[in-house]
Design a protein around this ligand. Structure first.
Ligand code: F3S
Length: 648
């Protein structure tokens, strides 16, 4: 049979296909080469793994990171670290210890290989696409099942071909290019799709720059982002002392894409995403000179050597504005060491920056929250309201050079506003050799099987519910608008995030920012439904945004659209995701209405993709659409992934 010209995404998928047809939108199952969990998603992933009763991790390379919650305000953070470390040892995962760096940065630098597939319990797992691999963000329980030997289940994505042309001008960063793409595609434009980059301009992007662009595919809702594995990847792996992991990979000539976009790097300008959404992108000039209280340079998006050394160049010989608090956080220990050795840290410190440890911290509102009503300019990837830890702060997203210039002037500014000669920035290039020291990356194998799991008092059993109700009769506990993020469902910040392994305590905080009465009302109703607008559950892969509602009795989410990862988290916890057949019917339901889905199992199994919910309060029928794979139906009927695996 004549082989058709494949794009790179199709090549990687076909090499890993266990079952299914590579037809866009249909169910496929992929063999997974590696998994990633961290101290936040990993606590539940390992509680789930334990509940599945499987002895050993079955994927070739599982990695567990201690990187998110490094603010040990009380025993809970380190209890979580100790628990995931004991689970890594017990079940045979690598452990990247606190201090080694942020998961995505360490992963692509030290572990990832071109042509492989990563299933990560973190929404930014697509960062690994910088190496020419397929990184997919999933919920923690999905990753538990994969660690237990299940293949990864996906809908075959459509592939958007992004043809890259030209070269970035001095003072313009890869982040500006990522923001330009967000402006074109919006926070929903990548849903069900992989963004694949090709074209002569790709060679003008270093692996670190590609990682920035791949990382922000998550903000577009994309399943993944993929760059070719070319000379730049070979040089990067060589610089990391692992050239033997290189394998050249690119789309076949004449490969077809479902949609095409042209990214002309030479036309990109310093840009900013204004609050509260990462796709609300303007040029820095359009945004105007916004006065700033805090600048944070770091995160998995922009914490590379390349990023921080360029920020240091902008700050060299200059001072941080007296009204600005500048925080700098290298993304991993290699980066930190190189910045120390080449004098960049000295330049940053002399300028007045505060150097923080290698971790997520401020990005997720764990420490360094801006002041009340403050303005924070950040190089991270999300600016949702409250994510930074201060409910009424405004977060602007920029590249590192723009952030550094802003720190100097005290208002939103371009690098050219503080530097006369922007070509100076070009002296910072991808290093030819990184300092390789994996002494904080521990490999645990079979010898550890007698290790006990160490659970602190905050680590509780996973709540499990029964099979799907015969009739779902439930009240509308919340009628939410568009673009509800998982940060809106589970507020970020230390108070709540440290409760993640303790679902009963955590569920008290659900929707606290937008509806403080939610938990009490859900308890009063017993069985309930959430009604929402477009893009419900966008943002991080936080599965607590599904477990908490499940614990409080939410039976279904009826929305105009639901984000990919959140939809699968809902199914994993036995909550039925239904879309309005007619989006206008959103108006036909009010908070407090009683809805009924008669013979829910029969309707879901009916196979014609439609269901009917009767609004018992108004007497009106609301048609809904559903589209489940056979496996998803089995999960919903069983009451979620854990009971499903138990039943087997
Ligand atoms: Fe960490 Fe923020 Fe990235 S929480 S993994 S730095 S998106």
């Amino acid at each position: 049979m004549k082989k058709y010209a494949q794009n790179l995404t199709e090549k990687i998928i076909s090499e890993h296909l266990v079952w299914g047809r590579m037809k866009v939108g249909t169910e496929i199952f992929l063999r997974v080469d590696s998994t990633l969990v961290h101290d936040m998603s990993g606590t539940l992933a390992y509680i789930g793994f334990e509940a599945m009763g499987i002895d050993k991790i079955q994927v070739p390379a599982a990695v567990t990171f201690q990187d998110h919650n490094l603010v040990a305000m009380d025993h809970r953070s380190l209890d979580d670290h100790r628990f995931v470390a004991s689970a890594a040892r017990r079940y045979g995962s690598m452990l990247s210890k606190a201090g080694n760096g942020i998961c995505h940065s360490v992963y692509y630098s030290r572990i990832g290989c071109p042509g492989t597939v990563l299933a990560g319990a973190d929404s930014h797992s697509a960062t690994a696409g910088a190496l020419g691999m397929l990184g997919v963000g999933l919920g923690g329980l999905d990753v538990s099942a994969i660690m237990g030997g299940e293949p990864m289940e996906l809908k075959m994505p459509a592939v958007i071909g992004v043809e890259v042309k030209g070269k970035l001008k001095p003072g313009v960063s890869a982040k500006d290019a990522a923001l330009w793409l967000l402006k074109q595609l919006s926070v929903k434009g990548g849903v069900g799709k992989v963004l694949e980059y090709f074209g002569e301009g790709v060679e003008n992007l270093s692996v670190s720059q590609r990682a920035t662009i791949a990382n922000m595919g998550a903000e577009m809702g994309a399943t993944s982002s993929v760059f070719p594995a070319d000379e730049a990847v070979r040089r990067f792996l060589k610089a990391q002392g692992r050239e033997e992991h290189f394998r050249e990979l690119a789309a076949d000539p004449g490969a077809v894409y479902g949609m095409r976009l042209t990214l002309d790097l030479s036309r990109i300008v310093p840009s900013v995403a204004v609050p509260p959404m990462p796709d609300q992108v303007k040029s820095v000039r359009e945004a105007g000179p916004v006065k700033v209280d805090q600048v944070y340079i770091g995160s998995c998006t922009n914490g590379s050597y390349y990023d921080l050394a360029r920020a240091a160049r902008v700050l060299r010989g200059r001072r941080v504005h007296p009204d600005v608090n500048l925080l700098v956080s290298p993304s991993n220990r290699q980066v930190y060491q190189m910045l120390l050795e080449d004098g960049s840290i000295g330049q940053l410190v002399r300028a007045g920056a505060r150097i923080m440890e290698c971790g997520c911290g401020p990005c997720i509102g764990l420490g360094q929250a801006p002041p009340t009503g403050g303005v924070s300019v950040r190089t991270s990837n999300r600016n949702y309201r409250g994510r930074c830890g201060t409910a009424d702060a405004s977060v602007y997203l920029t590249g590192p050079e723009t952030a550094a210039a802003t720190a100097v002037l005290g208002y939103l500014a371009e690098p050219g506003d503080v530097m006369e000669d922007l070509t100076e920035l070009e002296q910072v290039v991808e290093p030819e050799a990184y300092p390789v020291d994996d002494s904080l990356l521990f490999c645990y194998g079979q010898e550890s099987e007698h290790t006990e799991l160490i659970k602190g008092p905050n680590i509780r059993e996973m709540p499990v519910k029964g099979p799907l109700d015969a009739d779902i009769r439930a009240r509308v506990v919340l009628k939410a608008g568009d673009n509800i993020t998982t940060d809106d469902i589970i507020p970020p910040g230390p108070e709540v995030l440290t409760l993640r392994p303790n679902i009963p305590a955590l569920s008290r905080y659900l929707f606290q920012k937008i509806d403080p009465g939610f938990a009490a009302r859900a308890e009063e109703y017993g069985r309930s439904v959430i009604v929402a607008g477009e893009n419900y559950g966008q943002g991080s892969s936080r599965e607590h945004a599904a477990i908490g509602p499940m614990y409080l009795g939410v039976k279904a989410v009826l929305a105009r659209s639901i984000s990919r990862i959140h939809r699968s988290n809902l199914i994993n916890y036995g909550i039925v995701p239904v879309l309005f057949a007619d989006p206008a019917d959103y108006e036909a339901i009010s908070a407090g209405d009683e809805l009924m889905m008669e013979d829910a199992p029969g309707q879901l199994l009916g196979g014609n993709g439609t269901v009917c919910l009767r609004n018992l309060t108004t007497g009106r029928d609301i048609p809904g659409t559903v589209s489940f794979t056979d496996k998803e139906l089995e999960l919903l009927l069983a009451g979620g992934l854990l009971p499903y695996i138990h039943n087997r």
